[in-house]
Design a protein around this ligand. Structure first.
Ligand code: NAD
Length: 477
């Protein structure tokens, strides 16, 4: 049995392995992956700390070459890595391959950023003094990621961390070690010096907790649930270190009477159900005005009937399985909760059997939902969406903003006035007009407000805010 090991101080180590199971076919073992201990995490942090002084002063051409070669290899292997991703996470092969391509684009972007590092030289308020302002790397960065984007989220944290001269301890979600291992392997072979990137796979309560408890991490960048994010925040305050949190969502998609029905239905079907609804930017609240409500519900229901739920690797599958049995139970529980709260299950919601044993769930659409129901307030993280009927645009905006979360928000309308007003007044970090709430570019800021996010934005040039610290130096002329 081949065990994919952890990478600590440039060595592949660890034998205590756990199987990585395919949610589309629970008889299929994707591979065996080492489980790190708390002690392994400490050693990884020590290795990253030892590697920091040299890496932080490394030449920009060295960093550029490593990130560019990593991008090139990911892109060249997109079909193989896409298959691995689809097997371990369950999103469809086209979605998975698209995510792999995005990871390559992110490494390419930050390879370019290594050549664009700048500072400022400004006059002092006092005569004969020069002032220069530079950005320096933070130190050792702890990276903790969720299971739903197994290659893109690690890429958008690892690439900027390395670009700006930090060293890394990377803990992926335990359900998806395959893509994490592949990235670490590619970066290792691309020539990263020992200890600059360390991979520790394993349980959050063990490996992740050991990272939170360390005094040697200068920063932690975390994506995952709001509950775990709070733990990261509290531990980071305790250790006086920088932290960045991307967490849950309950993203609204507003549909106005004047919407192009086909555009609205496609945006809602995509937002609510593609990637099995397992996107932080998924929309599970469809807020629809009275004049279009019935036509929208009928058309969306017809669209949902055309979506094939099946094995992620099978051609023609539109929706893969739920990621595991625990998440499937959570989705089913919320479907029961919705019914018991008085919402009407207008379509789907049944567990499905397919040729291969997996966690298949029919997309579920509720109607007659109210915004104070639990299905409208809590993140479900599955292929479950609820239609909330409202009177007009003003009520739609108020309902859209009436949520503890604030990641993404969408509106389907042909009114420039309403689109402009919504962009300005939505309490979300990202706003989409006539587009799904999910689906973002790799070169512009990503992040939310309220309980969805904390700290500076990820991705694009805004990533420098988290991964660097500013120094102001004064020199007597
Ligand atoms: P999770 O919080 O259960 O786990 C996230 C990571 O934290 C995993 O690596 C896990 O092992 C680790 N972890 C768990 N307990 C820990 C502890 N005590 N100490 C340190 N680390 C610990 O989240 P998940 O189920 O993997 O992911 C789903 C969640 O992620 C959803 O809420 C989703 O909205 C969110 N998400 C947010 C974004 C965003 O950008 N806002 C993107 C993707 C996913």
């Amino acid at each position: 049995m081949t065990v994919h090991q952890n990478l600590i101080a440039g060595e592949w180590v660890g034998s205590d392995a756990s199987p990585n199971i395919n949610p589309s076919d629970t008889n299929d073992v994707v591979g065996h992956y080492a489980q790190a201990s708390a002690e392994d995490a400490k050693q990884a942090i020590a290795a990253a700390k030892a590697a920091f002084p040299a890496w932080s002063r490394s030449g920009i051409l060295e960093r550029h070459a490593i990130l560019k070669n990593t991008s090139d290899e990911i892109l060249a292997r997109r079909e193989e890595l896409g298959t691995l991703l689809a097997r371990e996470e369950g999103k469809t092969l086209p979605e998975a391959t698209g995510e792999v391509i995005r990871a390559a684009q992110i490494f390419d972007f930050f390879a370019g950023e290594t050549l664009r590092l700048t500072g400022e030289v400004v006059p002092s308020a006092r005569p004969n003094i020069g002032v220069d302002i530079t950005r320096e790397p933070l130190g050792v960065i702890g990276i903790i990621t969720p299971w739903n984007f197994p290659i893109a989220i690690p890429a958008w944290k690892i690439a900027p961390a390395l670009c700006y001269g930090n060293t890394v301890v990377f803990k992926p979600a335990d359900l998806v070690p395959g893509c994490a291992w592949a990235i670490a392997d590619i970066l290792h072979r691309a020539g990263l010096p020992k200890g600059v990137l360390n991979l520790v796979m394993g349980r959050g309560s063990v490996v992740g907790q050991a990272m939170l408890d360390s005094a040697d991490l200068a920063g932690i960048t975390f994506t995952g649930s709001t509950d775990t994010g709070k733990r990261v925040a509290l531990a980071s305050i305790e250790h006086n270190r920088r932290f960045q949190l991307e967490m849950g969502g309950k993203n609204p998609m507003v549909v106005l009477d004047d919407a192009d029905l086909a555009v609205a239905v496609e945006a809602a079907a995509n937002s609510g159900f593609f990637s099995t609804g397992q996107r932080c930017t998924a929309s599970s609240r469809l807020i629809v005005t009275e004049g279009i409500h019935d036509r929208f519900v009928t058309a969306l229901t017809e669209r949902l009937k055309t979506l094939n739920v099946d094995n992620a690797l099978k051609a023609g599958t539109h929706i893969g399985p739920v990621v595991d049995d625990k998440q499937l139970r959570q989705d089913m529980d919320y479907i029961d909760i919705g019914k018991s709260e008085g919402a009407r299950l207008a379509f789907g919601g049944a567990c499905l059997e397919r040729e291969t044993p997996g966690f298949y769930l029919e997309p579920a659409l509720f109607t007659e939902a109210k915004n104070d129901m639990r299905i409208s307030r809590e993140e479900i993280f599955g292929p479950v969406a609820a239609v909330i009927r409202v009177k007009d645009y003003e009520e739609a905006l108020a309902v859209a903003n009436d949520t503890p979360f604030g990641l993404s928000a969408g509106i389907a309308t042909t009114s420039l006035k309403h689109a402009t007003h919504f962009k300005r007044n939505s309490e979300a970090g990202m706003v989409m007009v006539n587009l799904p709430t999910a689906g973002v570019d790799f070169h512009v800021p990503f992040g939310g407000r309220k309980a969805s996010s904390f700290g500076s934005r990820e991705q694009g040039r805004y990533a420098a805010e988290f991964f660097t610290t500013v120094k102001t130096a004064y020199t007597l002329a």
